[in-house]
Design a protein around this ligand. Sequence first.
Ligand code: NAG
Ligand code: NAG
Ligand code: NAG
Ligand code: NAG
Ligand code: NAG
Ligand code: NAG
Ligand code: NAG
Ligand code: NAG
Length: 356
Amino acid sequence: MRFGLLHTLTTALSLVSPSHAARILMGNDDGFGSGNLREFYRLLKEAGHDVIIVAPVINQSAQGGRSDFTTAANLTAPGQYNIVPAGAPSVGPDPNDSHIWYYNGTPAACTFVALDYVLPRYFPDWNQSPDLFVSGPNFGVNLGPIVFTLTGTLGATYAAVSRSIPGIAFSASNDAIAYTNVTNSSNPATWAASVSVNIVEAFLNGTSEGQSVLPLGYGVNVNIPPLTSDAMPEVVRSRLTGEADTDIAVFNETTKLFKYGNVVPKAAGVNACINGDCNLPGETWVVQGGSISVSIFTIDYDAPDVAYTNSVFAKIDGLTGGGDEGNSSTTYKKRVVGKNGVIPEKLLSGRDNIAR
Ligand SMILES: *[C@@H]1O[C@H](CO)[C@@H](O)[C@H](O)[C@H]1NC(C)=O
Ligand SMILES: *[C@@H]1O[C@H](CO)[C@@H](O)[C@H](O)[C@H]1NC(C)=O
Ligand SMILES: *[C@@H]1O[C@H](CO)[C@@H](O)[C@H](O)[C@H]1NC(C)=O
Ligand SMILES: *[C@@H]1O[C@H](CO)[C@@H](O)[C@H](O)[C@H]1NC(C)=O
Ligand SMILES: *[C@@H]1O[C@H](CO)[C@@H](O)[C@H](O)[C@H]1NC(C)=O
Ligand SMILES: *[C@@H]1O[C@H](CO)[C@@H](O)[C@H](O)[C@H]1NC(C)=O
Ligand SMILES: *[C@@H]1O[C@H](CO)[C@@H](O)[C@H](O)[C@H]1NC(C)=O
Ligand SMILES: *[C@@H]1O[C@H](CO)[C@@H](O)[C@H](O)[C@H]1NC(C)=O
């Protein structure tokens, strides 16, 4: 695989930054002119990686995993920060950088447009198979399970994971800044990008030749506390649940409108520990403590095969037949399929366009 040679070389030469040169596809939800995204892009390239951005032409925050494609072939309004004018095609490159693309759709839609349009048409040597997808860093942290359906930063990422591409979502604590306003290297956008690159490098460094950066169906959620320099805060293994917030609808009697707030005290439902290591700290707690949280998720949303799950199925035994598998064992058991209609055998492989 293409990782191979460079990895061997850098290891042999004991370079300071012994990472693989990887093909990295980037997205976000804040828009393709985000200072965080552009700094992340710049520093990933500086680290030697081959990088392509496909991100929303305007701010598409809070779209979750919604995949919304525009119905207009051309932009009806200028793109973010007037980088592209109204009337320009709804998908296209930045006028100044052919590796930075915009699309007039949601973050998840941008991931699919990247994989099915931008890469095959303009970067055919990528074989539609980036080594890694990264999103962000978002302006504002994305903590706890509710962000899974709420934020486009995660939505773009699990779209990639669903297409068998390892995905890491990055969210930082800094305020929005346009890339054109990033004029030096000592500002929060560059700091957030810098620590994000360190985390990418660690994942690549920890991946041996021929391996996928993450197992199939796995993704990572990284949250970064407020930074005052590019120094790495402590990095902590965490879980999505634990101290996590969820929403409450707050009604204003004067305006007759709702706003969201956080449930106080914290809700039990969003913090139920069902999968993973229940002893790990919640990411919300970790970031409040000033550290970087790294949580691992899967997009297999099935409940685990435990007593609780069985007790739920048992309630409808009258419909499905009793016993561990109900009567599915007779008809449907044979039809548990993976992608391309086969049972996946090599769980550490799996980019869809790489022959296995
Ligand atoms: C979009 O713009 C192109 C020129 O950039 C023009 O040729 C085309 O007709 C436009 N399409 C629509 C649907 O307006
Ligand atoms: C592109 O680069 C030119 C010259 O470097 C600059 O004047 C212009 O503002 C840039 N445009 C964008 C959209 O960044
Ligand atoms: C996009 O919108 C969200 C929500 O309003 C906001 O938090 C974020 O800062 C915005 N991003 C940019 C680049 O303006
Ligand atoms: C960029 O800088 C200009 C000029 O200082 C300021 O007016 C604008 O609000 C800034 N915008 C963003 C998104 O950083
Ligand atoms: C760097 O840019 C930021 C704005 O992005 C500004 O607040 C700061 O003063 C600048 N620092 C230096 C050393 O120029
Ligand atoms: C790279 O990985 C090796 C072995 O897994 C480890 O010893 C080393 O500290 C890592 N370096 C970086 C920069 O992550
Ligand atoms: C309700 O909305 C009004 C008008 O915006 C505002 O002045 C008031 O503070 C709000 N009330 C509460 C309890 O937030
Ligand atoms: C499955 O089991 C239920 C309950 O025993 C029965 O009513 C149903 O006909 C069975 N379906 C099939 C396809 O065997």
